[in-house]
Structures are given as structure tokens and as C-alpha cells.
Design a binder for this molecule. Sequence first.
Ligand code: NAD
Length: 286
Amino acid sequence: MAHIIDGKELSNQVLIEVSSEVERIKEVHGIVPTLAVVLVGEDPASQVYVRNKIKRAEEVGMGSVSHRLDAKSTQKDLNNLIDSLNTDSQIHGILVQLPLPEHLNEDEVIARISPAKDVDGFHPLNVGALAAGRESLVPCTPQGCMIMLRQVHSDLSGKSAVVVGRSNIVGKPMAALLLQENCTVTIAHSRTQDIEAVCRKADIVVAAVGRAKLINSEWVRPGATVIDVGINAIEIDGKRKLMGDVDFDTVAPIADAISPVPGGVGPMTIACLLMNTTRAAERQLS
Ligand code: NAD
């Protein structure tokens, strides 16, 4: 049976480090690293995500400000809010909760956030810096996956890794980070031919698709490490259950290590968001 990579435990370790960094910044520089979270509309899942982020920020001693805009807010309303957060010296990180209501342009919003405060790491300048292997604010979910992988592998160099999914927020930055660690990286996606065989060759499989139990034991080489990013809400017997992209019951018996859902990548993502906020604060001080 595989080693289960405990995201709750690992994220607590990251949060302890973040908390002591926050204390250090307070003592040395007399400022409180502060995260601003912007939520547009009433999407219930987004409301839960925002609440969790604010709660965790407070737990590590960070400042947090939440801005809620009406679902009918205009692009100009949102742009004006971002402009004011960009110039507010008390705010070190800005996160706009996605997805936005359809009438708003996400790309425009992401590009409007100051790259120095872009704690999601989605701004084109940060995306480019990551692709070029330069220092940048790195997207939180792939960063969390890398911490999990480093817990299992002291050296990732030379390993073959397949990332399933090519989104801008998970798949592509994940591939860039694995490449930085000298992995041989393949990105598989909805058009990949014989995707099971592609995945079966990998030492590391990262699943970021959004299809419950897509990846079963036929896709995974015995002894591989499997990181499951997927979060799929499935109704079973009238109850809502969260499931990953990986069929845990068939893959765990053959894998070397596997992250569960829930309790895997999810908690790591929030911990990395707060780590990015302290990093952003430090850089704005220097
Ligand atoms: P997305 O919809 O933007 O991208 C999904 C990708 O999967 C696409 O690139 C597509 O090509 C690929 N794909 C679709 N069907 C496929 C198939 N049958 N075979 C192979 N590839 C296929 O999704 P996303 O934003 O990258 O998120 C992926 C999953 O990760 C979702 O379940 C999301 O909820 C979850 N997620 C979790 C966290 C977390 O903190 N744990 C963070 C972000 C996203």
C-alpha cells in the first residue's frame, strides 16, 4: 500500500513557517503582512474558499481584508478597486477569487493586479518569469504539489513526470516547476493519444483534470508517485462527496506514494497562498 501524503499535516508545517516569518516581519519592519481578497458575486463555493483563506490568514497572524462586490458590478468598478489596492501600502497581496461573473474579463483583471502583489502568480509577468526559470510569485496549487513531491523524493532530477491537464493555473505552471527540478516532463491533455500508456511510463503523475476517478490503476506504473489535484463534487445516495481525479482505491495499492482527496493538495494551496503573501511583503520592503 502506498505512502499517503498527508496534505493537512504538511500544510500545518508550512503554516508554522509562515507564522514565524510573519512575526519576524512584524518585529523587524513594524508592518503586518496583509492579504486582500476580492469576491465578486454570490457563488457559494467561492464564498467558502474566501472564508477559508481569510480564516487561515488570521491564524498565522497576518492581516486580511475582504472586499465583496455585487454580482452586477462593472469592469470599471473592479478595476478601480484593484487600482486602489495596488497603491495601498498596507496591502501586500491581492487575490481576486475566480471564476468571475461572465460579463467581467478575467484576463484584464489578472493583468491589472500589480505583479509584486500577485499572490496567485497569474499575472503575465509572473507567468513569464516562471517559464524563464527566474524568481517569481508562483501559482499556489503547483507550488503545494512540489512541496508534497519533495517530501517523497529528496531528488527529483531525471525522473519522468506526466502532468495530466494543461490549464494556466495548474497544469502549465506544474510542468514548469517540474522542469526546474530537472524532471523529464510530458503534459497530457484531452487530445493526447493513448493517454493511459503515456501516464504508465511516468515515475510521477500529477492529475489536474476535473474528472472524478479518471485515472485508475491501468494508468499508473507500479511504484509511481501520484499527486491528485482534482476536486470533484459527486452525489452518492443523495450525499455530496468530494473526489479526486484519481481512483484512489485501485491506485493506492500499486503506487509508491499518493495524495488523497480531500486532505491532500487542497490544504497545501491555501498554505502556499499565505507563503506567497509573506514573500510579496518581504520583496516590497526591500
Ligand atoms: P481546467 O478545466 O481549466 O483544465 C482541465 C484540463 O484537463 C484541461 O487542460 C483539459 O485539456 C484536460 N482534460 C479534460 N478532459 C481530459 C481527459 N479526459 N483526459 C485528459 N485531460 C483532460 O481545470 P483546472 O482549473 O486545471 O482544475 C483541474 C482540477 O483541479 C479541477 O477538479 C479543479 O477543481 C481542481 N483544482 C484543485 C485545486 C486545489 O487546491 N486542490 C486548485 C485548482 C484546481
